[in-house]
Design a protein around this ligand. Structure first.
Ligand SMILES: Cc1cc2nc3c(=O)[nH]c(=O)nc-3n(C[C@H](O)[C@H](O)[C@H](O)COP(=O)(O)OP(=O)(O)OC[C@H]3O[C@@H](n4cnc5c(N)ncnc54)[C@H](O)[C@@H]3O)c2cc1C
Length: 442
């Protein structure tokens, strides 16, 4: 029996791809879907901040097309950066035109100097050193360092750069110079288009998957303890369930703290793992077109507490009542940070108005604040050391870490689906190999 902790995309994808192999998904909440869910408030649909689908793997493209034919539109990204009171196209480093001349000059000269600096390829390198080598001093100081510090709430020199190399586009000199002179470089980077449902929020994706594995999901089934020696999980109501293989999508530090019995010594590693929380203010506005044509805007400067704003009504018309529009702003919070939510929301609305995103006479129809905890995994040297130790130690005990928080990584919806697919293939292969002994087929 394969027991899967968590009914988000990663857990349900594992169950789906396991096919006939006996398995059960234990989901703590009353619905499946995890972070890939949507909430509707007075006709406004909000995801857990923006959830835009970027598909690259042909197997996942085929699955999504089969499950939800015609449901997703493919949309060309319109992302901006608000800096020095100017709105620049994303990415910053390739669209400097419009910034104060001294900032453009610092960015250009720093980038030119960085061309002689080799890009460090060690996973140990800190984020600040990596950014200076890739973009130079000016671009690092104006965007890379302040933006990431606002998002993760850790000093860039304390974080490692091992999560970032694939996600941040490095322009060439020609692109930087052209961008500084006003030639718009739009299509750079991993997410120049995205998919989003034409009607309803991103929850259509987990919902269709939940339908396909409904007979294998148990809702309101929170796992509280795991005994790897007896190969048993214990639920909040005391029920015990035996497993042959355990799939973990619950946040890794919480999982480590669930361990009991003789092999629970790994629990002590949980304290070494750090993360940030995402605060999200959702607003429904009594007019169309808030945000202009933007899908989302980054805010690296210290003139607002939020690091990003997004505009769901620009992803899809079907997420707000007619004649209205919606936006959300995201705040990075340290995991132990206590904030006065009302004051933070008031301040954010004032900043959005000063920046011209809201108008002074806008009527706010819906105001809603949520916390996503954990939000982002912090990559640092402690994380590297813990992962190097616990991943093989747990795998040896038949415990597999997948998904954004089980694998404790910087990950996305497609990766969560792929994690489930790839693990199911490995477990099914292992079952075929062990076959007649019935290793998985309890
Ligand atoms: C702010 C933010 C924005 C994002 N934007 C995007 C985006 O635009 N595009 C994109 O592709 N990805 C985005 N992501 C990432 C995406 O949400 C995740 O990669 C994906 O949804 C993770 O799925 P998962 O199954 O790994 O984890 P989760 O969705 O976290 O699912 C884990 C499940 O486990 C359950 N669980 C936890 N503990 C227990 C327990 N003890 N017992 C039983 N069940 C338990 C939880 O209730 C949950 O349902 C974003 C993430 C964040 C935080």
């Amino acid at each position: 029996m394969v027991v899967i902790i968590g009914g988000g995309l990663a857990g349900m994808s594992t169950a789906y791809h396991l096919g006939n192999t006996p398995c059960t998904v234990l989901e703590a909440g009353p619905v499946a879907g995890g972070l890939c869910g949507s909430r509707t408030i007075d006709g406004f649909v909000f995801d857990y901040t923006g959830h835009l689908l970027h598909l690259r793997d042909p197997r996942i493209v085929a699955l999504v097309d089969e499950w939800l034919p015609g449901v997703f539109s493919t949309i060309e990204r319109k992302a901006y950066i608000h800096s020095h009171d100017v709105r620049l196209p994303f990415p910053f480093q390739a669209n400097l035109h419009g910034l104060p001349p001294e900032v453009v000059s610092d960015c250009l000269m720093g980038f030119i100097r960085s061309l002689d600096v080799p890009v460090p390829d060690s996973p140990e390198v800190d984020f600040e050193t990596w950014s200076l080598a890739v973009f130079g001093r000016g671009i690092s100081d104006a965007f890379m360092l302040p933006y990431n510090e606002k998002l993760f709430r850790r000093a860039p020199a304390e974080m490692t750069a091992d999560w970032v190399a694939w996600a941040v586009p490095k322009p060439n000199l020609e692109q930087v110079v052209q961008g500084a002179l006003g030639v718009v470089n739009r299509g750079l980077g991993y997410n120049s288009t995205f998919r989003y449902p034409t009607r309803g929020g991103i929850e259509v994706l987990p919902n269709v998957l939940a339908d396909r594995v409904r007979d294998r999901i148990r809702l309101n089934a929170e796992v509280q303890r795991v005994d790897m020696d007896r190969q048993v999980v214990t639920l909040a109501d005391g029920e015990q369930i035996a497993y042959d293989e355990l799939v973990v999508t619950t946040p890794l530090p919480r999982f480590l703290n669930m361990l009991e019995g003789p092999s629970s010594e790994l629990s002590s590693r949980a304290d070494k793992l750090d993360w940030s929380v995402v605060g999200c203010l959702n607003l429904g506005i009594d007019r169309p077109d808030v945000g202009g044509d933007a899908h989302w805007i980054y805010f690296p400067d210290d003139d607002s507490r939020y690091y990003r704003a997004g505009f769901p009504t620009n992803f899809s018309e079907g997420v707000a009542p007619e004649g209205t529009s919606s936006l959300y702003v995201e705040f990075g919070l340290r995991r132990d940070e206590v904030i006065d939510e009302e004051a933070v929301c008031r301040e954010a609305i004032a900043d959005l108005t000063r920046q011209g995103i809201l108008r002074p006479d806008d009527r706010i129809l819906v105001q809603d604040f949520i916390r996503i905890d954990p939000g982002y995994v912090i990559f640092d040297r402690d994380r590297q050391a813990v992962m190097n130790e616990v991943v093989p130690a747990l795998a040896n005990r038949g415990v597999h870490l997948i998904g954004r928080y089980g694998a404790w990584t910087y990950s996305y919806m497609e990766r969560a689906l792929l994690d489930g697919l790839e693990l199911a293939e490995r477990l099914s292969g292992c079952k075929a190999a062990q076959g007649r002994q019935g290793a998985l087929g309890v």
